[in-house]
Design a protein around this ligand. Structure first.
Ligand code: GLC
Length: 422
């Protein structure tokens, strides 16, 4: 039965639907974003299966010939958006950004497929799955070549925006050497719509732009960028997400009767290499600067994606469960994007404290699958509680549940739908 909450969530997806793709939020983010679309598809799948598949297909329509899938697609012009197509200058049509975002799509496509199969619609969707499979494997191959060229089994982010956790404190020290002297004057769009207290700072923004200028100066040649970028951080979030996505892609390969050996190779490489991101000093999974070898040492929400990635290491799992218990004792709602005991924790500043529904979906799913349903169930219940009580905000304070960032957010509505359905 569809309740009022689900009706409201559907209405947000419908309102943010621009025909084949959904904007994260009409005011602040008026284009298609990569991982937002993947999560949005999970929401659509609860009431409009065809539209769910289209969301992912539209994103992959702009895939580059080398497999790259951009983090933003500028399907239409929007005056005043910054940094817009002319800043990125990728030379594509439609214009796109030149960096990517966390590869959750394969995991979502597997879900869409399972849901179609369960509804007896497998044969209708098989051709669409076949086509998407080729694109997903090409994207994952692009990751293996361009975001792990040293073959460590991790994902090396070339820009904080690539991680999806834009202003996480994990990027502060690795960002220091970035030369911001040539950035020049600019007018931000985000702080015109939202309280600056909830957003990244000017220094962070300058670094974001300097990295965009660097990529543009390399003509968005990703091999060159991988070899010379001033910011190269092995991101714990993307590394875990890609490992999980490769497992899902391998399952799809098996189902379609495709050769899965290349994918199995990537999984083996990640399983062998991922412990490079285990920081003994703080007993946590965390991001690590490839240029200096320095661990971030931060316990962030991304640290808890090890369960979602299917890493079963009893000692490390126990340490992460201890962190969850400790953090749950400090906040009302799991999972804050930064450890609430960290001195830099700020309950409403973007990725330095607030709870994000999509990250919770991955954490909760992973915990439950790994047999820790007590915690998985709490992450899910907290997420639904936040959305039901406060609204479909971009993120939420883990302390008092207040909304942070924009409202009427597509991916928050999508997770509300996905999690209230089953
Ligand atoms: C912000 C978030 C990013 C998201 C985008 C659109 O940049 O940090 O993860 O994809 O907004 O919602």
């Amino acid at each position: 039965m569809t309740d009022q909450f689900q009706q409201a969530a559907r209405a947000i997806l419908r309102a943010n639907d621009r025909g084949g793709y959904t904007v994260p939020n009409g005011r602040v983010y008026p284009f298609q974003w990569n991982w937002d679309s993947a999560f949005v598809a999970l929401g659509f799948d609860t009431f409009d299966r065809d539209r769910a598949w289209t969301e992912v297909e539209t994103l992959f329509r702009v895939q580059w010939s080398d497999g790259f899938v951009p983090h933003i697609v500028f399907w239409q012009d929007e005056e005043g958006y910054f940094p817009g197509p002319s800043v990125w200058s990728t030379g594509t049509e439609p214009p796109t950004s030149g960096i990517t975002q966390p590869p959750v799509a394969a995991t979502v496509v597997r879900r869409l497929w399972d849901s179609a199969a369960a509804a007896g619609a497998a044969e209708d969707f098989r051709p669409r799955l076949e086509a998407l499979f080729d694109k997903l494997i090409a994207w994952h191959r692009w990751f293996a070549v361009n975001r792990d060229h040293e073959e460590r089994g991790v994902v090396v982010a070339m820009h904080p925006w690539e991680t999806g956790r834009d202003n996480s404190p994990e990027w502060d020290v690795p960002g220091e050497p970035i030369d911001i002297s040539g950035v020049g004057d600019y007018v931000r769009r985000d702080t015109g719509h939202l309280d600056a207290k909830m957003r990244p700072t000017k220094l962070e923004y300058d670094r974001y732009l300097a990295l965009v200028q660097y990529g543009r100066a390399q003509g968005w040649d990703h091999r060159k960028i991988a070899a010379g970028n001033p910011f190269r951080v092995a991101d714990i979030g993307m590394s875990m997400i890609l490992l999980r996505a490769n497992r899902d892609l391998l399952a799809l390969a098996g189902m379609l009767g495709r050769d899965g050996s290349e994918i199995a190779g990537w999984i083996a490489r990640a399983e062998a290499g991922i412990s490079w991101l285990w920081d003994e000093a703080t007993s946590t999974w965390c991001s690590r600067d490839v240029l200096t070898g320095r661990f971030s040492g931060f316990v962030t929400s991304a640290s808890f994606l090890s369960f979602y990635a299917g890493i079963a290491d009893p000692a490390k799992d126990a340490a992460m469960l201890n962190h969850i218990e400790r953090i749950a004792g400090k906040v009302r709602y799991l999972m804050p994007s930064l450890d609430p005991e960290d001195p830099g924790f700020q309950m409403i500043r973007y990725w330095r404290g607030p709870v994000w529904a999509v990250v919770n979906w991955m954490i909760g799913t992973g915990l439950s699958e790994a047999g820790h349903d007590n915690w998985g169930g709490k992450v899910r219940a907290d997420t639904l509680d936040l959305i039901r009580t406060t609204g479909f905000y971009e993120a939420f304070s883990p302390i008092d549940g207040s909304g942070s960032g924009g409202d009427d957010f597509s991916w928050t509505a999508a997770i509300g739908l996905a999690w209230s359905k089953d």
